[in-house]
Design a binder for this molecule. Structure first.
Ligand SMILES: [Zn+2]
Length: 242
């Protein structure tokens, strides 16, 4: 058995031309991150009746390019075609509900996420079940904010870095994974902050090699920054089996 991974959005913190920010669909039912542009891409997928049949969504961290489309998802669920669909489960990082309250109060109401999703927070390092898969969120290094990568275990093992700088946790996350979807935002590691938050393509490749992952796919990379030869690079609409 193989597992399917659809790249819905692969842009960095700003959209590549015509692109969506972070969104990765596992087995057609589990969405990892939901950045701006992801909902529109999901809605136009073949076989979708105008609204995504996603069972669950898991968010790596609270930078907007990883969760921003939850807001229009709420409105479409309450007042649009999403009203005909069951509420997806939504798993947020620890502490995220409290952190989002003042923001959501301005965007539409403190309880707006609960109106559209079955909301809960995951715990760092503790496996949890979601959409028939087992996820473990491990903390990674992303400037000063809490951020996580996901290890998703089903018929195969997928590791998704979220946004991260180099760290040992990333190697643990990707250890022996069948597919390692790893961010590679930077051209030059020296352009990152003194506290690291992203990876260069070479750093991502080193993490893939150091963790013994079987297949490395880079993402979260600006179109203007080419990938080194011989490395797989995600793009919106890419369908992967592993
Ligand atoms: Zn980020």
């Amino acid at each position: 058995m193989t597992v399917r991974l659809d790249i819905i959005g692969s842009s960095p913190a700003w959209p590549n031309p015509g692109g969506a920010c972070s969104g990765y669909l596992v087995e057609g039912r589990l969405l990892l991150d939901c950045g701006p542009g992801v909902l529109a891409k999901l809605r136009e997928r073949p076989g979708t009746d105008g609204w995504p049949d996603v069972e669950a969504i898991a968010i790596t961290h609270l930078h907007l390019d990883h969760w921003g489309d939850l807001v229009p998802w709420v409105w479409g669920s309450l007042f649009g075609p999403g009203a005909e669909h069951p509420k997806p489960e939504l798993r947020l990082p620890p502490g995220a509900r409290a952190a989002l309250l003042p923001i959501l109060a301005q965007l539409g109401g403190e309880d707006m996420l609960e109106r559209a999703f079955e909301v809960d927070e995951y715990e760092s390092g503790r496996p949890f079940e979601l959409a028939g898969l087992t996820l473990t969120a491990l903390p990674v290094v992303h400037y000063t904010i809490p951020a996580f990568g996901f290890r998703v275990v089903g018929e195969r093992t997928l590791a998704y870095s979220g946004d991260t700088g180099p760290c040992n946790e990333l190697l643990e996350l990707a250890q022996g994974a069948d597919l390692f979807l790893c961010e590679a935002t930077l051209d030059d590691p020296d352009s990152d902050g003194p506290r690291r938050g992203h990876l260069s393509a070479d750093e991502a490749r080193a993490a893939g090699g150091g963790s013994g992952t079987r297949r490395l796919v880079l993402t979260h990379r600006p179109d203007e920054r080419t990938a080194p030869p011989g490395i797989e690079l995600a793009h919106d609409g890419l369908e992967l089996s592993f």
